[in-house]
Design a protein around this ligand. Structure first.
Ligand code: COA
Length: 177
């Protein structure tokens, strides 16, 4: 994926040297869980996931310019076997929450999706109780589409109410009016 840049961030593909930074935020309990995965309990686990990020090339590392650390990720996962339909997912190190970092990162990634990648549709979902993610989704101009129940395997099949939103070219264009 093409490297992107914002005021405070570089959004770039993950590399193997990011392992320590990745493990540092992925091991914190209660962060990944909000995005549907269990916090990591070993660096080996983070290494396996990191290799996946690198080989699939569908997740951006968020590098914080000020200190060069990787502090989170923004995923653009292909869905319905259609490269022009993707799902946006994101996680940020707890140390950087509530400073507008993910608003800044997602705004640029969404711009890239519609102005450069030419996506037809971008989906984004949150668990019912995740009001911070809901705020980011709405602030970015996504439209609510539907609600569904899902048993999340990675969280011991716990059942969640999931809210689904989407953006398409028209919605993206109307945000700029
Ligand atoms: C979701 C997450 C990425 C947000 O990152 P962040 O950089 O802290 O978010 P931002 O600071 O850019 O924006 C947060 C917004 O939520 C608002 N907010 C904060 N706490 C809130 C709350 N309890 N209820 C509602 N809104 C809240 C903030 O005011 C801000 O909105 P504003 O810009 O209008 O003021 C981060 O909390 C995280 O990593 N959570 C765990 C993983 C996760 O939930 N991923 C998403 C899965 S769908």
């Amino acid at each position: 994926m093409k490297t992107l840049e914002t005021k405070r961030l570089i959004l770039r593909p993950f590399k193997i040297e990011d392992l320590d930074d990745f493990y540092e935020y992925a091991k914190v309990e209660g962060v990944g869980e909000k995005a549907g995965w269990k916090h990591h309990t070993s660096i080996t686990e983070s290494n396996i996931i990191l290799q996946e990020f690198i080989s699939k090339d569908d997740v951006y590392a968020i590098e914080y310019k000020e200190n060069g650390k990787v502090i989170g990720s923004v995923g653009l996962h292909v869905i319905n076997n259609n490269p022009l339909e993707r799902e946006l997912g994101y996680v940020l190190s707890k140390d950087y929450h509530n400073q507008g970092v993910m608003s800044e990162a997602t705004k640029e990634v969404i711009r890239y999706c519609f102005e450069e990648l030419g996506l037809d549709k971008l989906w984004c979902m949150h668990f019912e109780e995740n009001l911070i993610s809901k705020r980011i989704i709405l602030k970015n101009g996504f439209k609510f589409n539907h609600i569904f129940m899902k048993d999340i395997e990675a969280l011991d099949y716990k059942r969640f109410k999931v809210y689904a939103y989407y953006m398409d070219k028209d919605i993206y264009a109307s945000r700029l009016d």
